[in-house]
Design a protein around this ligand. Sequence first.
Ligand code: NDP
Ligand code: KPL
Length: 340
Amino acid sequence: MSNEPSTAAEPLRICIAGAGAIGGTLAVRLAAAGHHVSVLARGKTLQAIRENGLTLHDLHGVTHARPAADDRPGFGVQDLILVCAKSQDMAGLLPQLQPLIGERTVVVPTNNGVPWWYFHREGGRFDGEQVRAVDPEGALARAVPLDNLIGSVLFITAEVTAPGVIRSVNPHLIVLGEPSGAMSERLLRVRAAIEAAGIEARATDRIRDKLWTKIIANISTNPLSVITHGTLEQLYGQPELREVVTQVMREALLVASSYGARVDIDPLTFVQLGEAMGPFRTSMLQDLERGRPLELAAIGDAVLELAQRYAVPMPITRAVVSLARFRGLGAQQQHAARAA
Ligand SMILES: NC(=O)C1=CN([C@@H]2O[C@H](COP(=O)(O)OP(=O)(O)OC[C@H]3O[C@@H](n4cnc5c(N)ncnc54)[C@H](OP(=O)(O)O)[C@@H]3O)[C@@H](O)[C@H]2O)C=CC1
Ligand SMILES: CC(C)(CO)C(=O)C(=O)O
């Protein structure tokens, strides 16, 4: 945070790093709430934001914002940085954030899957260790001081329909928590700022419970969506697919419980909630269709890695993740061949 203590009502200096589906959604909501929002973007997205700003279609209607945008981090020290790139892009993006980070800057990564900071101040058997699938060399842990991080779990669905244009038509919920579990003043301040921007925001002293809830949703649907091209309502609703979804869910629940996580949604409720999310194509399916790399390291491999530490078998999950990887590599090759 800036040197002077601020309240939720004061505008914050907020940088959104990565202005795709999630970054675009957050940038528009926070800018509309009066914060000083700047966006670190690149390529066609940067060009579109410079020309037309960002447009968000969500349950509030259509909202437009014109944040400062650049591909260089020349925005000065920020109060809050929301890092909204895919996990595989973190190694390229995080080191760029250094000029934006002061002693009191809060950095909130929004990634799905197991975060690189999972064991930071975890307090358990593996406290302080690395998650090799997402941060094999410890480069992410070095790029941003771990004590500047607050964890987040996003219960949001969003899609880029054109560069700078985002559609996000389910209700928005963000859960925030300190890796240590402390209900710190900075945690409550960030929560209040997000809530005041029209996004339901909760603070928790057990962020890893929420991480596991979301990890279970992601690992049971994202890779399977890539194999089947199924939407959420199909994956959760059609009996053949629902069977695979629930098998993966059961395996992942066992891993979560090995780490002491309390997941308060039972598999049947998961299925009901998921089906109600409608014809949404998971973010991983969207990536497949665009020939982009899939977030399988954070959503798949990292969970398998954590399972292995407690010798929890995940045969169905392993098979589904392998098949999704095969499909993903094939799609990338096809896109590359078409583009050549
Ligand atoms: N979409 C969803 O519904 C949800 C997504 N999430 C998670 O949120 C995270 C972000 O996902 P999402 O918004 O969908 O992803 P997108 O691919 O839509 O957006 C990511 C953006 O980050 C940009 N980016 C990556 N690296 C850099 C860089 N070095 N400099 C500038 N910009 C960069 C990308 O640019 P470029 O296009 O050029 O690659 C892209 O615009 C992911 O971890 C995802 O799993 C969580 C909940 C729901
Ligand atoms: C919508 C949901 C929960 C699907 O697993 C998601 O997070 C994604 O698409 O990445």
